[in-house]
Design a protein. Structure first.
Length: 201
């Protein structure tokens, strides 16, 4: 990474940190871009150079992580079973240190209170799923339904692990919680996977 890229990354981080701090202090809706600029010690024009609006600032870590699952899957060894690759892919994106987990908790706390960014988040999650689905299709040789189901299930596991880290007093790390989910899903009839049996109605 060159000096220009490092400087840009530092500025983006300062703006994001200012946005989070103001949202925690005064509420997301009350925070203004002028306040963000002042706290980040940059000009308002600099904020607009990097971000179109407040929602874009709050969602910046999510936006920059789009494609992480697909990237991790493509980095797995060629010839590895796709399901195995997806298990390790989920674990890789969830293997986070305490500092990163704390940042995610702070972001999620704000998203829970901010309907605008939360609605935009669904678009970002959908982009992540489609990118993962494409990466799965490159390796699986299976039909679109199989690839879509694999992508949805992988994102479900990642999402459940993050939800657990946010909501539970159990301090199981997200990556380890994902392992528990995966093991449960492979325990046959013990897994809560819907089954069509008998007659409808």
């Amino acid at each position: 990474m060159g000096l220009r890229e490092k400087k840009a990354q530092k500025i983006r981080a300062a703006i994001y940190d200012a946005m989070i701090a103001l949202a925690e202090r005064d509420g997301y809706e009350a925070a203004t871009l002028e306040q963000v600029a002042e706290r980040a010690e940059v000009a308002v024009s600099t904020v607009y150079r990097y971000f179109a609006n407040k929602d874009a600032i709050l969602l910046d870590p999510v936006e920059r992580s789009i494609g992480a699952l697909a990237g991790q899957l493509r980095a797995r060894p060629e010839g590895e079973d796709v399901a195995v690759s997806l298990g390790w892919t989920a674990r890789a994106v969830l293997d986070l240190g305490p500092e990163e987990l704390a940042r995610i908790r702070r972001l999620r706390a704000q998203l829970d209170r901010a309907p605008g960014p939360r609605a935009r988040l669904w678009d970002l999650v959908n982009r992540e799923r489609l990118l993962l689905e494409d990466a799965i299709a490159e390796r699986s040789g299976r039909d679109q339904l199989w690839n879509a189901a694999a992508a949805h299930l992988t994102l479900m596991i990642v999402g459940m692990a993050h939800d657990h880290a946010r909501d539970s007093l159990d301090e199981t790390a997200p990556a380890d919680y994902a392992d528990r989910i995966i093991r449960m899903l492979h325990e046959g009839t013990a897994a809560p996977i819907p089954v069509l049996a008998g007659r409808a109605g």
